[in-house]
Ligand binder design. Structure first.
Ligand code: FES
Length: 478
């Protein structure tokens, strides 16, 4: 179960860190945000080392649908009403700068990464939302228009269309930009103490530290776990599907994402909050919809992605916390990881180099207002629910009740355990408590994984960590 990007290009392996080093800037995470930040800083003459727990682009960068766009859902009427005209206009402008910067790097460094300009469409079943977005786009003078029809046969009330957006192959791009960077693979940062990063391979002393590791894993300070959650979505790649001209996404839950890559069509959807797929069937429903929309097509790959969603829908880019002036963070990109990675690289480069960035203010992670309270309360409520399940719910099944190929929470010698019974009947039992902050994990039957409903950490059925903020594997049960 791997994405088409992974098969389209190989990235050479890098050495792990061996012993202690000292650098100007250490970047945690070799995904798109980390690599672009390191690339931007190195171009300004900074000495940078990237520390990656696994391989380059082994996280969400390989699972994206790789759209580069200023159209982040029907966001502009929300930004206008929440933050005002200047901030909404600046949000569009900085994301346009990100598209332009991709284009500049690709031309300057002569990168073959299948970069193509495309129109972007956000469709909706809600005509009121479309009307509001159209008015906002007009007020902000964005290159957008309302269209009644979209280039794929999905019923809707219309869409907002943006011209001159882009799509590409993220693995080909990241392979090229990472080529001349110092990157230590298989080097997991276990803790950060002041200016020292403690890894499983040695310590790194750095004047500046950038957390570009998808979900910031240091809980205090920052409290990112209280103001961000994670969502999963699923993608299938189809051959013999009628091509679509453009990048199409729906605005509501239950809608779909469509783009072409060469002769393949990438069809995504079935999104849900991480830890809330206990009934499964996401891929099956997506396949059923694909055969309705693209008759005669054939699936060649399928994979899933995980996104961090902030309380107000705007990424967190900037100082990690006021008490840690040399720590920086880039997270909460929603479904717009490629564009926001470039935005964060430009902002963090300027902050670290002491250059004023006119867009940094709107992304500052320290922003907080009374308007955030309901969303933050919702995040906390989810965490409390996950924690109380650990304490109060009663184990419902015995190991013998679990069928081969299925998983569930059972009582093993009087204690709750997560059990997966493989097709041969072998039992894989793990501790069901999330090592991040102790919530009870839920079984995800589509991906044979244990997923945390609180902040989105994930583990395979053997307990190996798949997605942070947790940093450790689950304990095995004998
Ligand atoms: Fe925070 Fe599981 S991810 S408790």
């Amino acid at each position: 179960m791997s994405s088409i990007w992974l098969d389209s290009c190989e990235i050479g392996e890098r050495e792990c860190l061996r012993g202690d080093i000292e650098v100007d800037t250490a970047v945690i995470g070799a995904g798109m945000a980390g690599i672009l930040t390191a690339h931007a800083l190195q171009n300004c003459g900074r000495q940078v080392a990237v520390l990656e727990a696994s391989r380059i682009a082994s996280g969400q960068t390989r699972n994206t649908t790789a759209k580069i766009t200023i159209q982040h859902g029907l966001i502009y009427h929300k930004l206008l009403s929440r933050f005002g005209k200047q901030t909404a206009a600046d949000y569009a402008e900085v994301n346009q700068c990100a598209i332009d910067e991709y284009r500049r790097i690709i031309e300057r460094e002569n990168i073959d990464c299948d970069f193509e300009e495309k129109c972007s469409y956000i469709y909706s079943q809600n005509s009121e939302s479309l009307k509001k977005e159209r008015r906002a786009a007009l007020e902000l003078k964005l290159p957008a228009e309302f269209v009644r029809d979209i280039p794929v046969n999905i019923p809707c009330c219309g869409a907002i269309k943006f011209k001159n957006q882009a799509q590409f192959n993220p693995m080909k791009f990241i392979r090229a930009v990472s080529e001349h960077l110092t990157i230590y693979e298989n080097t997991a940062v276990r803790a950060v103490k002041g200016s020292v990063l403690i890894t499983n391979r040695g310590n790194v002393r750095a004047k500046n530290i950038v957390f570009a590791c998808h979900y910031p894993f240091v809980n205090f300070p920052g409290l990112y776990f209280a103001r961000m959650h994670q969502e999963r979505s699923y993608v299938i790649a189809l051959e013999y599907a009628k091509p679509v001209d453009g990048m199409i996404m729906g605005d509501e839950i239950g809608t779909y994402s469509v783009r072409n890559y060469g002769k393949l069509l990438l069809f995504g959807g079935e999104g849900h909050r991480t830890g809330e797929n206990t009934d499964g069937g996401c891929y099956e429903r997506l396949r059923a919809k694909a055969s309705e929309l693209f008759p005669g097509s054939r699936e060649v790959a399928h994979w899933s992605a995980q996104d961090c969603i902030t309380a107000d829908g705007v990424p967190y880019i900037g100082r990690y916390s006021s008490g840690k002036p040399n720590w920086y963070v880039a997270s909460g990109f929603g479904k717009w990881g490629m564009t926001c990675s470039m935005v964060s690289a430009m902002i963090l480069r300027d902050m670290i180099c002491g250059v004023k960035n006119k867009y940094a203010y709107m992304f500052t992670p320290s922003r907080f207002s009374a308007k955030d309270v309901p969303q933050i309360a919702f995040e906390s409520g989810h965490a409390v629910k996950g924690l109380t399940r650990q304490i109060f719910s009663v184990p419902s099944e015995a190991v013998s009740a679990i069928k081969p190929g299925h998983g569930g929470v059972v009582s093993l010698r009087g204690r709750k355990s997560g059990v997966y019974k493989d097709e041969s009947g072998k039992i894989h039992a793990v501790d069901i408590r999330c090592p991040h902050l102790g919530c009870q994990l839920e079984w995800n039957p589509d991906e044979l994984s244990w997923d945390c409903p609180c902040h989105g950490s994930r583990f395979d059925f053997n307990g190996n960590l798949l997605d942070n903020p947790a940093q450790n594997n689950l304990n095995h049960k004998k």
